[in-house]
Design a protein around this ligand. Structure first.
Ligand SMILES: [Fe+2]
Ligand SMILES: [Fe+2]
Length: 139
């Protein structure tokens, strides 16, 4: 599954947009490597761990923006982040237990599709609403 960064992901906060861009682009890169078969089990794991760590850092930044703005839907938004962290943790645990290269590549492709879909839906949905609220407060 392909998803290139474009202006429809931009929410108007430089820090957050930059972090979203990194998440979308790194997921896209991993997806390309998986498709070309040009990546081994260890590099896949390294990339997935990077994405998971980076996503947690991003949530910390975003939750601070949300708290500072007193966003009314803050707790619900944070709980979506927590649910994602839990899912990614479980998925990584499952990945490290796989042994064959074929299984690893196939499962990594599923993870990549999940990340691609989740990021687009979350950024253009939940995150969009947060930044729309912040913009409406400024006006
Ligand atoms: Fe976000
Ligand atoms: Fe978010």
């Amino acid at each position: 599954m392909k998803q290139h960064w474009n202006a429809t992901f931009e929410l108007g906060n430089e820090l957050i947009d930059g972090q979203h861009k990194t998440l979308v682009e790194e997921t896209d890169k991993l997806s390309n490597k998986l498709e070309s078969g040009n990546i081994g089990k260890e590099e896949i794991l390294e990339t997935l761990r990077f994405l998971a760590t980076y996503a947690v850092q991003h949530f910390t930044s975003e939750e601070k923006v949300s708290k500072d703005a007193d966003y009314p839907n803050r707790l619900q938004h944070n709980s979506i982040h927590n649910e994602f962290k839990k899912t990614v943790g479980e998925v990584l645990e499952k990945y490290v237990r796989l042994t064959s290269d074929e299984e690893c590549t196939a499962f990594a492709k599923d993870i990549c599709d999940f990340l691609t879909n989740w990021l687009a839906k979350h950024i253009k949905g939940d995150d969009f609403l947060l930044f729309q609220y912040i913009k409406s407060k400024k006006n």
